[in-house]
Write a protein that binds this ligand. Structure first.
Ligand code: TRP
Length: 456
């Protein structure tokens, strides 16, 4: 069975409100229980630094958001569900640099958040980049690293984040094109049927409108806020519109279909706003109160959360982040230098115009790449050493041209072509790895000399 890796990040720059709960936390926690998925949820504290430069605030928000997600039922088991802090995974910062070196600056110029900041500066007659940090500019690259380090397939996000996922795909594609097929191209998963929750004033609930209801405020505070929701001036007994009513939409987000139908009928029958608010309060409070209790208990034990997050990061790194990063380092050329001692030797001898001479004085046959059609009618190539032993065997190709192109690539690039053909060959026998490296580089040298000869 193929598993789908789902990943999402939560910026630790505030305290969750009901809109976050309905729009993100509740659906995401439910989705984490879907069979056939692996789920990576993390606190994006490195992203938070772009907006919040008050260390105490970053710390507090990290704790509050972690406690909120756990209180809402997230159950990290470090097997199907990982919950960690971005800054505990150093491979994310490392990958950010590798991606920075393939990311087009022009693409980053077009990022919505950066463009909005530039537009604001222009409107105010400032320099384009006035007050804009490179952190804001690089936001999409860091986000791409978050996603790509765990080879996530699906990234549940709000509409405003779709562009970021597209950029992550773009960077991954460029990386793969240069270095071979290492990174999965992620897809945004936008929940179409999750309603955006209205805030106290009827506009979308959002911190920037200052119209939010904190998820875990006290019962009393919750009641007070719900009673402050804006309604029209219709008196009890007058029929009320459900359409456009923030109160009704909030109710619907927490109620079953039957309860919603009953509330709709009550609106038509002219329920008083006070009674409707009381019903809304009770409905929301009954869903939140067990979670509020868990939240308060968790907040009283920050050391437990700390340990859990650390374990999450360690487990996710060990199982996914480190192996991938090891591969990527190899792919870009951060390699063990001791692994190619013979290459210099080969090169020196070839440059001197001598072939290797074995003990009995006979020049050994050289390694070569053979291209052929098999009885299944499909096309293959294989790398063989001087005594025709197979060092590397390709999978099959539909057409000979494709196989031929890979063979030329290998001849031109030597051992660095390995990263590119990685997914087109049978698994390599690890004990032959060194020989494969050397053979490919030898073939490359032969090719260079052949071309030089032809041209001279
Ligand atoms: N940018 C996301 C937001 O503001 C948070 C985030 C950071 C994220 N890294 C991520 C989301 C990786 C998904 C995947 O909501």
């Amino acid at each position: 069975m193929t598993v789908t890796r789902v990943l999402t990040g939560i910026t630790t720059s505030g305290i969750p409100h009901l809109g976050n709960y309905v729009g993100a936390i509740r659906p995401t926690v439910a989705a984490s229980r879907m069979p056939g998925t692996r789920n990576f949820y993390f606190l994006a504290d490195m992203h938070a630094l772009i907006k919040v430069q008050d260390p105490a605030k970053v710390q507090r928000s990290t704790l509050e958001i972690a406690a909120s997600w756990l209180a809402c039922g997230l159950e990290p088991d470090n097997d199907r569900v990982w919950f960690y802090r971005q800054s505990d995974v150093p491979e994310i910062a490392e990958l950010t640099w590798l991606l920075t070196c393939v990311a087009g600056k022009g693409i980053l110029n077009r990022a919505h958040a950066y463009k909005a900041a530039v537009d604001k500066n222009r409107a105010e007659g400032e320099d384009d980049d006035f007050g804009i940090t490179a952190g804001l500019f690089m936001y999409p690259v860091l986000m791409a690293a978050d996603i790509l380090i765990f080879n996530a397939h699906k990234v549940p996000v709000g509409r405003d984040q779709i562009q970021h996922i597209e950029m992550a795909r773009d960077f991954a594609q460029r990386f793969n094109h240069l270095y071979g097929d290492h990174l999965v191209l992620p897809e945004a998963a936008v929940e179409e049927h999750v309603a955006t929750l209205p805030g106290l004033d009827g506009r979308k609930m959002s911190k920037s409108y200052d119209n939010t209801i904190p998820l875990f405020c006290s019962r009393e505070q919750l009641k007070k806020l719900i009673f402050s929701i804006v309604t029209d001036s219709r008196a009890p007994g007058e029929a009320k519109d459900t359409e456009g009513s923030a109160l009704f939409q909030l109710y619907q987000a927490f109620a079953s279909a039957e309860e919603t139908a009953a509330m709709r009928a009550a609106f038509a029958d002219g329920i008083g706003w006070g009674d409707a608010k009381q019903m809304l309060f009770e409905r929301i409070d009954s869903e939140l109160s067990p979670m509020r209790e868990r939240y308060n208990a968790l907040m009283a034990q920050p050391e437990k959360i700390e340990a859990m997050l650390r374990e999450g990061a360690a487990a996710a790194r060990e199982r996914h982040g480190l192996p991938l990063m090891r591969r990527l380092r190899e792919a870009v050329g951060f390699r063990d230098l001791s692994k190619m001692p013979r290459i210099l030797e080969v090169k020196a001898s070839l440059l001197a115009g001598r072939a290797f001479v074995t003990e009995d004085g006979v020049p050994p046959k050289q390694p070569s790449i053979k291209q052929y059609r098999d009885s299944d009618g499909r096309f293959y190539f294989k790398l063989v050493d001087g005594s025709d032993r197979i060092l590397l065997q390709s999978l099959s190709f539909e057409n000979p041209k494709e196989a031929g192109n890979w063979v030329s690539k290998m001849k031109n690039d030597g051992h660095s072509s390995l990263a590119l053909i990685n997914n087109l060959i049978e698994p390599i026998d690890q004990t032959l790895e060194n020989q494969i490296f050397v053979a490919l580089d030898e073939i490359r040298e032969i090719e260079i000399r052949r071309i030089e000869k032809k041209n001279s």
